[in-house]
Unconditional design. Structure first.
Length: 326
């Protein structure tokens, strides 16, 4: 009788391990996820950065090109991952998803009807559980904890969440609340719009984001448009803007540039302000709050990215942060 009972329990074990659990994602959807997950597909770059920190060994790849320079700032398990199709912002990619055979799809970012519907339809078309996690800065610790439970990486998630919490509560070292204009691209003419998740770093700092009129998270702007807005501070998320400023008398004529109120953010392996708007923004927030970038970068890269910066890599980042002189 005892033998039969033991045999029955052994036969049940694989079934128990495969039992799915219901998880409430950021949009409020209840998603049934398998207990055993070994292949995770990030829907877009923000999800990839989140997964790359938490469980790079489970991630199928990067949904955007990563330069050799960027890969050098990541641990081998993440640096060696291939490029894969991006799901967000594209037409039906069911065939590409099915070819990758994921156990789970993770999207991370704005919680809106558009992205909730994308997660729902992706799951419906493919039959693969699809989670949409809240990508706002304040929710970064919770995103780590939730995904850590799903992937059975609770210890790593707790480590990352604690670092995120510590950075989020860092006090600003100055009381100023400037009007800031932030651009992306080497020409500086794609401006981050106020009130968007992409502008989350500045919102948390209490800075007023300015941009030309328009719709969407990014808006085109000429130098004359920027001159009319007359921001107190200019923040560039592309280090190539240093060369643009050096060559352009028109850029150097702006008040913020003349006053020396220009900041250029590093972008390796990911941008400190956005590009993409993911957990990497924690570093930009702490830097703009006035804290020592050398200490921040050394600790952040070691813990969050799992990569200890070499002296040369640290120097590369700090050189990008040097002041702009008019």
């Amino acid at each position: 009788m005892l033998r039969r009972l033991v045999l029955a329990l052994l036969l049940l074990c694989p079934c128990v391990a495969a039992v799915a659990a219901n998880v409430a994602d950021g949009s409020g959807r209840s998603v049934s996820v398998p207990d055993h997950i070994v292949r995770v597909l990030p829907a877009g770059p923000p999800a990839a950065v989140l997964l790359g920190a938490l469980a790079p060994d489970l991630m199928l790849g990067w949904p955007e090109p990563l330069s050799p320079e960027a890969r050098a700032f990541l641990p081998p398990v993440a640096a060696q991952l291939p490029e894969i199709p991006r799901l967000t912002g594209r037409a039906d990619v069911t065939a590409q998803i099915e070819a990758l055979h994921p156990d789970l799809i993770v999207d991370y970012g704005t919680i809106s009807s558009r992205y909730a519907e994308l997660a729902r339809t992706t799951q419906q078309r493919t039959g693969i559980p699809t989670l949409l996690l809240d990508g706002s800065m304040a929710q970064i610790p919770n995103a780590f904890h939730l995904l850590g439970r799903v992937l059975h990486r609770e210890a790593r998630a707790d480590e990352l969440a604690k670092l995120a919490e510590a950075l989020l509560i860092l006090p600003a070292k100055q009381d100023a609340h400037p009007r800031v204009l932030c651009t992306r691209g080497a020409d500086g003419q794609t401006v981050i719009a106020p009130g968007t998740d992409v502008a989350g770093v500045f919102k948390r700092l209490g800075w007023e984001v300015v941009a030309p009129e328009g719709k969407g998270p990014f808006r085109g702007a000429t130098i004359d448009d920027i001159r009319k807005l007359d921001p107190d501070v200019l923040v560039f998320s592309d280090p190539d803007m240093r060369g643009t400023l050096a060559k352009s008398a028109e850029w150097r004529s702006l008040r913020a540039v003349r006053d020396g109120h220009v900041l250029i953010a590093p972008d390796l392996p990911f941008g400190w302000i956005e590009e993409p708007p993911s957990i990497n923004r924690l570093l930009g927030f702490a830097w703009l709050a006035g804290h020592d970038p050398k200490t921040l970068a050394t600790n952040f890269y070691a813990v969050m990215y799992g990569h200890a910066l070499t002296p040369t890599q640290l120097d590369t980042l700090l050189v990008e942060l040097r002041p702009i002189h008019p």
